[in-house]
Design a protein. Sequence first.
Length: 547
Amino acid sequence: MTHSAKARAHGGVPEDHVADNRPQEEPAPALYAAAQRVVDRAVGLAVSQQRADGGWWSLPEPRIFETALCAIVLRELGLAQDTVRRSRRWLSTAEPQDHSAFTREVEGWLRHVVLDPHRRPALPREVAGEHPGRWALIEAVALAAGLTPVPSAPSVASSQWSLGGLPLRKWQRSLSAAAAILVQTSTGRPAAVGAVDTLVRTQRCDGSFDGMPVVTALALWASARAEESGFARAGDVREKAMRWLLSAQEPDGTWRFLAFDVWDTALCLRSMGGHGHLDRDAAGPARRFLEAAQNSDGGWGCTSALESDNDTTAAVLLALAPDGPDPARLASAQAFLLSQQGADGLWSTWQSHDDLPAEDVVAHVVDALHRTGCTGAATGAAVEWLRACHDTRGCWTAQWYSPPAYAAAEIAHVVGCDSLQAQRAYRDLIVSQNRDGGWPARPGSASSPAATGLALSALVRAPQVHRDALARGLAYLVETQHAAGHWDGEPIMAGPRPFLAHPPLHTHAFATGGARAALLALTGPHPVGPARARPPGHSTPWTQPPP
C-alpha cells in the first residue's frame, strides 16, 4: 500500500505517523549487511552518472509554473504551436503544488489559461498579498495577455518592477526589465530604454537568461514588444531567446527549473565522499570541476553561470574539506565570505539588497570558515543568533529545504551538539519519527527517504546514541531503495519561493548520506562534537536515475 493510500485509509493521518514506544533492541547483523549493499549501490549509481567534466547536475522534475508560463508566451506570440500542443498534453494531467494556497491557486490559474484560454479565468486575487513579488509577475503576465483590465491607477505589477540602482541578482534584473516592458507596453506607454538595455546586457551567449526558462520566456515576450516599439536591437535578443527556449523544452512537453551543477557536485562530495568507490573513481574529477568553477571574486555560484552566493561558497568549502582547495583559492574564498558578512555578523544567501539572513546559510558559512581554519572570522554573533532563533520559535527553519530534519542536520552541530538548542532539536526528531522508521518531509506526513536521510545525519551527532531510532531509519532506507539504487522523492527545495522543486539528486544524496552516517554510528566509533570530521549526509542537490 502506498503512503497516500495509507493516509486515506486512516482518515487522512498516515499509518506510519504513529508513536512507537517499543524498547530499544540491538539491530540484527543482517541489517548492517543489507545497509552496506544499499550504500554501495547508491554510490555506484552516482559514480555512473558523473558527467565528463567531473561535475554532477540534476534537472528537476517538471511542474506547472515553468511549463505553463512558457506555453503562454509562445502562444501569445503565435510561435511554435506544435511546442505549445506538447505542453498542453502534459498540463492536461498535471496537478498544482498544494503545499500552500498561493502555489495551488496560481498554478491552477496558469494551467487553466493554457488549457482553456477562451474562458479568460479570473486572477486568484485572494492570494495576492502572500508573495508580492511573485504576484507582480503573475499580474504582469495577465496584463500582457489581456486577461485583466488595464489598471487606471498603479497596480501591484506596475509598482513592483523598478530598475533602480540597488544591487540585485542578475536574473532579477533581467526579470524586472522584462516585466517592466510588458507592463509599460500593455498600459499604452513606451518601453523604457533602460529596460531594453538591461535585456541586451544580461542575455547569455546561448540566448537564455541565466538558463532559466521563465525569465527567458518573459524576456522573449518583452523583447518582441520592444522591437514593435522601435527598438531594433531587441530583435537580436528575441531571436536568440526564442531559439534557446524551443531547444530547452523536454520531450514530455515541459520546461524545467535550473540545474545546479556546482551545488550538485558539492552535495555529492559532502554526502558520498569517503566511500572507496567514489573516492577512487569520481572525487578527483569532481574536486577539479569545483576548483575550476570558482568565480573571480573568490566565491561560487550555485551554477557555473551565476554570480557567487554565500551558501554555495560555504558548501563547496565544506565539500573540499579537510584538504581544501589550494591555498590561494582557499584564501580567496574565505575573503569573499568575510566581505559578505553584514554589520550584524550574519550572512544572507545572495549579493542582493532584498535578501535577509537565513539560518541554514549562516550555519554553513560559520561551519565552513571554522573547518578551513579562517583565523579572521568573527562568528560569535552568528552562533548566538542561531541559538536565539531556536529559543524564540522552538525550532530552526531552513530557507532552502522544507523538511525540518534539514535544519537540524545543518545547524545543530554549529551551535554545539551538547547545547540546549541542539538537544531539543534531536529530541524533536526522535518524537517525529514515523512508525515505519522514516521521517516526514512535512510534519504529520508520510515518510520521505530524503527527510529520513537528513534526520539520520543529524542524530548521529547527538551525544546520546539513539540506536533504535538510527536502526529503524536505516531499515526504512533499505526497504525503500529501488533495485537501480535510487529512492522516490518529492519537491523539497524552495525555488522560486513559494514553489518547491525536486531534482532527484537531492533525495539520492540525502538518503545515501544518512544511510552511511547511521551505518557508521551503529557499527563503528560514535562521532561526537562539532569539531570532529563531518559525517556524510549533509546538504544538497541529479539526473533522474534510469528505470
